[in-house]
Design a protein around this ligand. Sequence first.
Ligand code: A2P
Length: 252
Amino acid sequence: MEKFLLRDGNEIPAVGFGVFMIPADGSTYKAVRSALEVGYRHIDTAAAYFNEAEVGKAVKDSGIAREEIFITSKLWLQDHGYAAARKALEDAKSEGMIHSIGVSNMTPEIWNRFVPSFETVPAVNQVECNPYFQQRRLRKILDESDVKLEAWGPLGQGNKKLLSDPLITELAEKYNKSAGQIILRFEVQEGMIVLPKSTNPERIRSNLAIFDFALAEEEMDKLRALDTGKGTHDPNAEGVGEMLLANYKVHD
Ligand code: A2P
């Protein structure tokens, strides 16, 4: 599995297994166990996904050495604010409890407003990104500080139009790969960490099988031209913070 070097010196596997919306009724445990079995070494969860315990149990039961597995979790909005977040993150890093600090859903506006006052420049910013929403403006800002973009919804959250896009279908035929694999390969070749989600064993496996081929530069250019500049989630929108606080009660 290809890895990227983060600005803090740690390495992160280019493909992570996302578990957002996978229920904590045994499904997360099962999905993470099968992901680890087929070779994933990077799992992406959050306090607000309410399935961290199943991720932990799956990792433990897998028998794979803990240091071989990169696990991302996230504080939620209730834990933001200077004292709470600092205590949790920078202290935990200095005590060796965590290795890297990242942020998520920071638009250029949010990044420019907050990050200049951080002691630690985040190693990653996890945002919505897919071939129809390539985050060009944000990527320019992140590149300047060697911050990696992690793509959530890298398959457009299963967007059928994207998965049957003529260019992507044509490339899938050429390389004997699925549309999903072409999309993920494009994103990794662009330098992004990708977090595809699936509960289907065959797709869990195939989403990782993207390191045995490479897209040509002119194909990359054509894929870059699919960008519409528009996504589904706008963290800058009025009331987003309130909506997230109301819908995800991480301390109840
Ligand atoms: P499933 O769980 O049935 O595989 P994203 O990672 O962009 O949020 O997309 C997740 C959605 O895409 C899920 O509905 C998932 O369904 C579907 N999916 C995951 N991998 C693939 C793939 N390789 N090809 C097509 N659809 C996929």
